[in-house]
Design a protein around this ligand. Structure first.
Ligand SMILES: [Zn+2]
Length: 362
């Protein structure tokens, strides 16, 4: 739990992001707003998809589970990334409308979408930091493709990875999930509003200005290359939370140039290697990409958006001692356990070589 050495109240609220899922009280939604209660998505069911029945160490994992009656019983062998439909999706394209409400406390709107799983690699015993830069580049290309494909139909395509049992992921096979929805979910909707307001007031996209400031100030910067920045955000609440940002103005993953995809693969490998080296463990986290809304919403002006990825790791002091968002954090406000500057310094000082490769050499 937060020791709050840094004093949570000393800094302004996050300009672009915040705690997940802290919606307004049930029933506080205004007319026409998507409600806090959604009867059709079944939160949590989608995660069970990644708990595949197959635990093959060599090949398999989430990509090798039993399939529905219209599909083959086993996914084909694959050589690099593999994208497939989630058998137990939280969002469905044909979800029925909730129907009229008879009370303002009980309102809901349709929530439709699709859920997919993307296996990063055919082997179950590797993770992204142990994959080669070209292999990670293939993952990035697949992210860009699925973002574009699903974005043609849905306004929000959420790519996210839960890594490690501590983050509720019991399947070690390297994979992420892709949920596309007919609505803009709470976190991106808040970011959309904040970025739109910043551009209106300052004439420049918020995260473009922010990245430039952090690149200049350097105290929260963890890694940088010609195209990308990794930093511990000024508003971080998780101990080793980071933000991955392109240096130039980029709206969506599919807008990345080939060279930017290569340099993204390289900086991801560097970041995730440092994460693993911090406590010499396969570092758990939830991460995800945020880009400009697509589909019908994307046709409107989206220049206030800047593509970025959030990494939210739970570990605090060791491979087993984690931060809990409980107590004061649930009831009042998130507390910091170390400052973003301290976290960035710790991450900067870690070796570039993965500890497992070091151990193999020893
Ligand atoms: Zn974001």
């Amino acid at each position: 739990m937060g020791g709050a050495q840094a004093g949570a109240g000393e800094r302004p609220a996050p300009p672009t992001t915040g705690s997940h899922g802290r919606g307004r009280p049930i029933g506080a939604g205004r007319q026409g707003e998507r409600p806090r209660l959604q009867p059709w998505p079944e939160p949590g069911r989608g995660r069970s998809r990644s708990r595949s029945r197959s635990r093959s160490r060599s090949r398999g994992g989430p990509g090798r589970s039993d399939r529905g009656p219209s599909r083959p019983a086993v996914n084909p062998l694959y050589e690099s990334t593999f994208l497939f439909d989630n058998d137990f999706p939280a969002l469905r394209p044909d979800a029925p409308s909730p129907g009229p409400s008879d009370h303002p406390l009980f309102r809901a709107e349709p929530a439709r979408g699709v859920c997919k799983v993307l296996c990063f690699h055919p082997w179950s015993d590797v993770t992204l930091p142990l994959m080669s830069v070209p292999e990670i580049r293939t993952v990035i290309d697949t992210w860009a493709e699925v973002s574009e494909d699903l974005g043609a139909e849905y306004p929000w395509v959420q790519i996210f990875e839960n890594k490690g049992a501590m983050m509720g992921c019991s399947n070690p096979h390297p994979h992420c999930q892709v949920w596309a929805s007919s609505f803009l979910p709470d976190v991106p909707r808040r970011e959309d509003g904040n970025q739109r307001e910043y551009l209106r007031r300052h004439g420049e996209p918020l995260l473009l200005a922010y990245g430039r400031q952090e690149a200049r100030r350097k105290e929260r910067l963890v890694l940088a290359n010609d195209d990308w920045l990794v930093l511990v955000p000024y508003w971080a609440v998780w101990p080793f939370q980071t933000l991955l940002l392109p240096r130039r103005h980029v709206l969506r993953l599919q807008d990345l140039q080939p060279g930017e995809r290569d340099s993204l693969a390289a900086i991801m490998k560097q970041l995730l290697t440092r994460y693993d080296n911090l406590f010499e463990t396969s570092f758990p986290y939830s991460m995800g990409w945020h880009g400009a809304p697509a589909g019908p919403l994307g046709e409107a002006e989206a220049g206030h958006w800047q593509l970025h990825a959030h990494y939210y790791p739970p570990l605090l002091r060791s491979a087993t001692v984690r931060k809990f968002m409980v107590g004061y954090e649930m009831l009042a406000q998130a507390q910091r356990d170390l400052t973003p500057e301290q976290a960035a310094e710790r991450l900067r000082q870690l070796p570039e070589e993965h500890f497992r490769l070091r151990q193999e050499k020893a």
